[in-house]
Design a binder for this molecule. Structure first.
Ligand SMILES: Cc1cc2nc3c(=O)[nH]c(=O)nc-3n(C[C@H](O)[C@H](O)[C@H](O)COP(=O)(O)OP(=O)(O)OC[C@H]3O[C@@H](n4cnc5c(N)ncnc54)[C@H](O)[C@@H]3O)c2cc1C
Length: 457
């Protein structure tokens, strides 16, 4: 029987553990903080639960146009919202722990460290030290929020994304520093919850690196909803003065608010794990180097998830973990294909993408046909009062195969699945266009965009 030891109980680790146990391996998983990892306890699950409330309030605020008469002063009780967020996260963590145990996985609470390519040392919360021998080891230790010396979180007014769920009231003025995915999602959420929001972006527009049309759309929506978006504004320091926070920018300007949320990126949890000592190559940022089947540079040692920095998504972490286990256990292995990954930014409206972006097409010199239509022209969108958003598709020139797409709109995370299927199975724009869509429906626009790319022979 193959023995597998896994360090880290987030999606990279626990999904791998479940797959390996199902395939008959003897699996031990070691977790320091809680089953489900940051995904469940501090990052993905809590933020999306908070956003669920913000989305309802945003919809309510915009439903006047649909003839809905509202009592004045509809608002969120943030203490109650955050209680729900934390309860839901803990319940999910408990479910995952139980699922691991009932699947035959040995679960160990403690901190793991690699002693050799086949040995993991575990220090339990009581300080006891145990040793695990394994045929293969998976490192899935995740990442934590980056903080800088000049902007130290205090857990009350200056916050990382892990600390916001202790807030008892909607902040009067939340300053969000960082306009990447996390910064944009929280700025959108607190705006929806009724806070005044200032978004400090070091670049000329929000969501650098994402589809430019999507970024422009969301920035327009943010401004229309009253958010202050400060472009080309780099944070130098954040200071708490009494019950206020002052964010000083590198050009000397200051922004004063009641709270500041730091969204400055993530640092991999790879320090003190014994990785370099055991021949595992890390890059300059401390991320573990892996290939497409999750192998590190040490034989028998695999890595998955945020600690690899490949693509910091729960879905990718889980897939890297599963791929590693297929490789260890000799099952059919499908190497990680980033060109098939779909992802979503949970702003309001949402931004969902799959496959190749315009940037990647340009970099790789791939000739593509592109078409884009606004959702505002869609009959269902008109009925629902949806003004913002679009569908964009990329198709390989010549064959017409769908190779990427961007959808901005309500529930774009759900709508993108059809494009994801098209990319994964190499459907052509004609096949997508000819599949029936419900009338009226938002997916009608996906078919219509595909139709626009079709070129009569
Ligand atoms: C605010 C926010 C929102 C996000 N929302 C989404 C989203 O909507 N969708 C999405 O796909 N992704 C989302 N992500 C990204 C997603 O959370 C990560 O990609 C995911 O957590 C990575 O999973 P992982 O298993 O690599 O790490 P984690 O989930 O971080 O799990 C790693 C685990 O390892 C444990 N650990 C670390 N060191 C040790 C050690 N030495 N011994 C034992 N245990 C150890 C940690 O305690 C942790 O529990 C979000 C990220 C953030 C910051």
């Amino acid at each position: 029987m193959t023995h597998v030891a896994i360090i880290g109980g987030g999606p990279g680790g626990y999904e791998a553990a479940l797959v390996a146990a199902r395939h008959g391996a003897e699996v031990t998983i070691v977790e320091r903080d809680g089953w489900g990892g940051s995904t469940v306890l501090t990052d993905c699950v809590p933020s999306k639960t908070l956003i669920a409330t913000a989305d309802v309030l945003t919809e309510v605020a915009e439903s006047l146009e649909l003839g809905v008469e509202l009592p004045s002063g509809v608002h969120a009780d943030l203490a109650q919202v955050n209680r729900r967020v934390l309860d839901l996260a803990l319940a999910q963590s408990r479910d995952i722990g139980e699922r691991l145990a009932s699947s035959g996985v040995r679960t160990v609470r403690g901190t793991g460290r690699l002693v050799s390519g086949t040995t993991v040392e575990v220090t339990t919360p009581d300080g006891d030290v145990d040793t695990l021998e394994a045929d293969a080891v998976l490192i899935a230790t995740g990442a934590h929020p980056r903080v800088v010396a000049s902007a130290q979180p205090d857990g009350e007014r200056i916050l990382t994304w892990e600390q916001v769920y202790a807030l008892q009231e909607v902040p009067e003025h939340m300053i969000v520093v960082g306009s990447g995915v996390t910064g944009a999602e929280f700025a959108s959420a607190y705006n929806g919850l009724g806070a005044r929001v200032t978004l400090v972006s070091s670049r000329d527009r929000v969501l650098p690196g994402e589809d430019p049309d999507a970024a422009d759309t969301i920035e327009d929506v943010f401004r229309r909803r009253g958010m202050d978006v400060l472009g080309n504004s780099r944070m130098a320091s954040v200071e708490r003065i009494g019950d206020r926070v002052v964010v000083t920018l590198t050009d000397g300007r200051t922004v004063e608010g009641s709270h500041c949320l730091l969204a400055l990126g993530s640092i991999p949890n790879t320090e003190g794990l014994g990785l370099a000592e055991n021949g595992i190559l890390l890059d300059d940022g401390g991320f573990v180097r892996v290939d497409r089947v999750s192998r590190t540079t040490a034989p028998g040692v695999y890595a998955a998830g945020d600690c690899t920095g490949v693509l910091m998504l729960a879905s990718v972490a889980a897939q890297q973990g599963r791929i590693a286990m297929s490789h260890v256990l000799g099952s059919a292995v499908h190497p990680l294909a980033l060109s098939e990954v779909s992802s979503n930014i949970f702003t309001s409206p949402e931004i969902a993408t799959v496959g190749l972006s315009q940037k990647k097409l340009d970099e790789q010199g791939i000739e593509a046909d592109v078409a884009m239509l606004p959702l505002a022209a869609n009959p269902r969108a008109k009925m629902q009062g949806v003004r913002d958003g679009f569908v964009k598709l990329f198709a390989r020139r010549g064959s017409g195969t769908v190779i990427g797409g961007v959808i901005v709109g309500p529930r774009a995370s759900e709508l993108i699945h059809v494009v994801s299927l098209a990319v994964m199975t190499s459907l052509t724009v004609d096949q997508v266009a000819n599949a029936f869509t419900v009338y009226p429906s938002m997916s009608g626009t996906v078919a219509e965009v595909a139709r626009r790319i079709h070129r009569p022979e």
